[in-house]
Write a protein that binds this ligand. Sequence first.
Ligand SMILES: NC(=O)CC(=O)C(=O)O
Length: 335
Amino acid sequence: MAAASSNSERARAPPAIPMPSPPPSKATSLSSSLPLFHYLFPLTHFTRFVLFQFKIGLCQLSVTPDKDRNIAHARTAIQDAASKGAQLVLLPEIWNSPYSNDSFPVYAEDIDAGADASPSTAMLSELSRLLKITIVGGSIPERSGDRLYNTCCVFDTDGKLLAKHRKIHLFDIDIPGEITFIESKTLTAGETPTIVDTEVGRIGIGICYDIRFPELAMIYAARGAHLLCYPGAFNMTTGPLHWELLQRARATDNQLYVATCSPARETGSGYVAWGHSTLVGPFGEVLATTEHEEAIIIAEIDYSITEQRRKNLPITTQRRGDLYQLVDFQRLNSQ
Ligand SMILES: NC(=O)CC(=O)C(=O)O
């Protein structure tokens, strides 16, 4: 038994940080239990209270070439989700612009320059503050200097920008006769994994193609994530085969919740999204999903179930660190 546990500790370099684990359904102080994480990703509040049972809202939005309309439309959807009890709202990948290399430079916003330069994130900040909800704001094209990124912003319940994730793995694929898309023609890849402490738990962020890379999800799990959020716009070729499969794989391998949010399908548009925004539980089970039309999915997350599943199926302590290892370079280099 002792050998098994020291092997499993060696399977993650540095060793994994346990998922914050308060009594089920009770608020707890997350920052005080995790000094290392606090050091790596400083929290603004000394004490952060985490809800372990709450509702998530996935807003599968129609997206048009009219940016003002897209922003107004997202605003209404977020308000609707909050009125139905959602304390965390997730938006789709590229919800303020058509998904195309021609559009990215035109619709891009300078998020760091503030509200006037970024009406999309200004709206998210305002709503998270007014509605007192956490928002994982899908993604928008971001302009930073002479570069463009595909960027997800996370807002705290007081409207503060907690984190910005720039899509790490760009969507460069070529399936002849089916789909060719080269995001790297216009976009630059992000350089860092993004995991953030919020009032609804520790959330690892990925954008669409990022979900295909299991190592990223594994790193988030090793940093104690409760939930992975992937805004994503899979397409009509890969969507039917891979979208649900990848979500269930990331959830099952890491025994945590996975939430995804896609734009609704617009058959006339240049890039036709698959839709099917989904919440998957820590046993790999689809808890809530939808088809391809516009929809707001409201579903329950309960992190005590994650703890239960990890006890039922203790793969975390059964890893063979004598045979393989996952190395988190960012954490390792910061020690
Ligand atoms: N659009 C993406 O980033 C990813 C995708 O459609 C796929 O991986 O397939």
